[in-house]
Write a protein that binds this ligand. Structure first.
Ligand code: ADP
Length: 557
């Protein structure tokens, strides 16, 4: 703007200067012409009087040096010339001033030199004897005058231009300063040029509109952030250039992003070649997926290309949206299912093979009579094992399926009493004492699951006990939670095995477990049941001393 004002001012100055120059030149030219003509008129009349008085001699005597005087007879022949020899001069009958003078008494004309640098004014008067007296005066032509004035005029123009430039820049700055200092946040509060009022009003309205839109955007952004920040899944939006547009906390923690990652290249955040390769693929093919391992967890990354239209602006851009799902649990569940199936097949196959072997030997009469009872006993034991194994598998799969169990008020003390009585008979055979301590403890839970817990724990406490040992079942409260504990004085569990005893089919001593009819599923069922009722389970054990398995459950499940 300053430049524009400066340029306009300069142009006006130049135009004014040029016009002034032309006017001045015209005025000077006219002024000097008028002087010359006046002088010529006086001189012509004086010389005519001199000629009338004394002829050519009188004329010669008064002719001024710097003027040219010519005397022409009525036919146009030059009789006398003050500058050139009259004899050599041509006939002047065709001269404009001569013709005019002979017809009206006075004639005047102006002629320019061939180079246009000189102008001569001729004035002729008809004398009383019929001859014509012509006086001429030469002066500068407009061109000469213009060329002569050019240098001073140029100096003037330069000075004027410099001054104009100085004033223009000062003025322009003075005009622009209040505009630059406009408070565009509050346009109506500005006290500046009245001409700017419509503009300020429009800015005010547009500011208002922008503020409304911004508020809407902020609201949407907040909504989106609220949704995405509470998502367990990681969500990353990438721009066309691969820069992060948005990243939710789950994704930020997945990719170990510290601080604000918006605007950063995703490749700097996640350097995994699989992920960047998948992103490239999604860019070209529209969709891709890959796995990402972190801290023992496996994440499934799904990437899709997005096309966005920026509404009114009509601009469009392609970005990529990345969603990360933690698939560790489902992968391990899958792995567990696979392992379980393999284990089940194996566990079922062993007793079946034993049954088949015994049956075949009996069938072929290869067993001595005295051994038959042992073989048949073996078939019965293995069949019992199969039945209990299948029972356990069915129970476990019900828990796995998450069957909806019925919740009710259960007195677990009374339930424990029944279990104690149930195992007491087998325990008595090995001189193991089973006792129950505690009080009536009513819990709102699943009766069946409590039964599974108590049955399996009591069964193990007897199974893995020493002859003459003891089992203590306690029911009550601990730290505001319901406590259920089964303690024995049995063989104990070596420390390194404790973390694994809840795994399916895990047995510390396979042969002992099988001998006692164990399936390796009892504690898995217990753990499942406890977790189903949102409880926790703890094991304390020492080899040769005994084991205590404690279950803590919330009072209101
Ligand atoms: P099982 O049917 O073999 O008893 P469980 O799942 O009930 O299977 O128990 C897993 C393993 O944990 C057992 O094989 C046994 O080695 C060990 N165990 C469980 N309870 C006790 C206990 N009270 N004392 C010693 N070892 C135990």
């Amino acid at each position: 703007m300053v430049k524009k004002i400066f340029r306009s001012n300069l142009a006006v100055t130049l135009a004014v200067l040029l016009a002034a120059f032309v006017l001045l030149m015209g005025f000077l030219y006219e002024y000097f012409s008028a002087i010359s003509r006046g002088e010529l008129e006086v001189l012509t009349d004086t010389l005519a009087s001199a000629f009338d008085y004394g002829g050519v001699d009188a004329l010669e005597a008064v002719v001024p040096d710097e003027r040219r005087v010519t005397l022409i007879d009525g036919d146009g022949n030059v009789i006398y010339d003050s500058v050139v020899d009259a004899e050599t001069m041509e006939n002047h009958s065709d001269r404009e001033e001569f013709i005019e003078a002979t017809s009206v008494g006075v004639g005047e004309s102006t002629r320019y030199s061939s180079t246009l640098t000189e102008r001569t004014i001729y004035r002729a008067v008809l004398l009383s004897d019929g001859s014509v007296l012509r006086v001429s005066v030469s002066g500068y032509s407009v061109l000469t005058l213009t060329l002569g004035m050019l240098q001073p005029m140029l100096i003037c123009a330069l000075a004027a231009l410099a001054l104009s430039a100085f004033i223009s820049s000062k003025t322009a700055k003075k005009i622009v300063v209040p505009i630059n200092e406009l408070d565009l946040e509050h346009p109506l509060e500005n006290d500046v040029y009245g001409e700017l009022s419509p503009l300020l009003l429009r800015i005010y309205k547009q500011n208002d509109e922008i503020e409304k839109r911004m508020e809407e955007l902020r609201l949407r952004d907040r909504e989106l952030r609220d949704i995405t920040s509470n998502m367990k899944e990681g969500l990353v939006l990438l721009g066309e250039d691969g820069k992060i547009v948005s990243i939710n906390p789950a994704a930020a923690s997945l990719f170990d992003v510290k601080g604000d990652a918006v605007g950063r290249d995703f490749i700097c955040v996640c350097r995994s070649t699989e992920v960047t390769g998948a992103l490239e693929k999604a860019k070209f093919e529209g969709h891709s997926e890959t796995r990402y391992e972190k801290g023992g967890s496996t994440w499934q990354l799904e990437m899709s290309r997005t096309e966005s239209d920026s509404g009114s602006t009509g601009a469009s851009g392609a970005g990529t949206v990345l969603i990360a799902f933690d698939v560790t649990a489902s992968l391990s569940a899958e792995e567990m299912r696979r392992e379980f199936t393999a284990n089940v097949s194996h566990e079922l196959k062993t007793p079946l093979q034993s049954i088949m072997g015994s049956a075949e030997l009996l069938e072929n009469g290869l067993v001595k009579d005295e051994d038959k009872a042992r073989f048949i006993g073996n078939i019965r034991r293995e069949s019992e094992r199969l039945v209990s194994l299948i029972d356990d598998i069915i129970r476990l799969s019900r828990l796995d399926e998450g069957t909806d169990f019925t919740y009710e008020s259960v007195d677990i003390y009374a339930l424990a009493k029944e279990e104690v009585e149930a195992v007491s008979e087998i325990a008595a055979r090995r001189k193991i004492t089973v006792s129950l301590c505690g009080e009536e403890t009513v819990v709102y839970g699943v009766r069946r699951l409590f039964h599974e817990i108590l049955y399996n724990l009591c069964d193990n406490a007897v199974k893995y006990n020493v002859d003459g040992g003891s089992v203590t079942v306690s029911v009550g409260y601990e730290d505001g939670r319901v406590l259920l504990s089964v303690r024995d004085t049995g063989i104990g569990i070596p420390k390194e095995h404790i973390p694994r005893i809840f795994e399916r089919f895990y047995r510390v001593d396979k042969s002992r477990s099988k001998m006692t009819g164990g399936t390796g599923l009892g504690l898995s069922i217990v753990r499942h049941a406890v977790l189903y009722m949102k409880g926790e389970i703890y094991v304390e054990s020492e080899v040769g001393v005994g084991t205590e398995i404690k279950v803590l459950l919330p009072q209101q499940i």
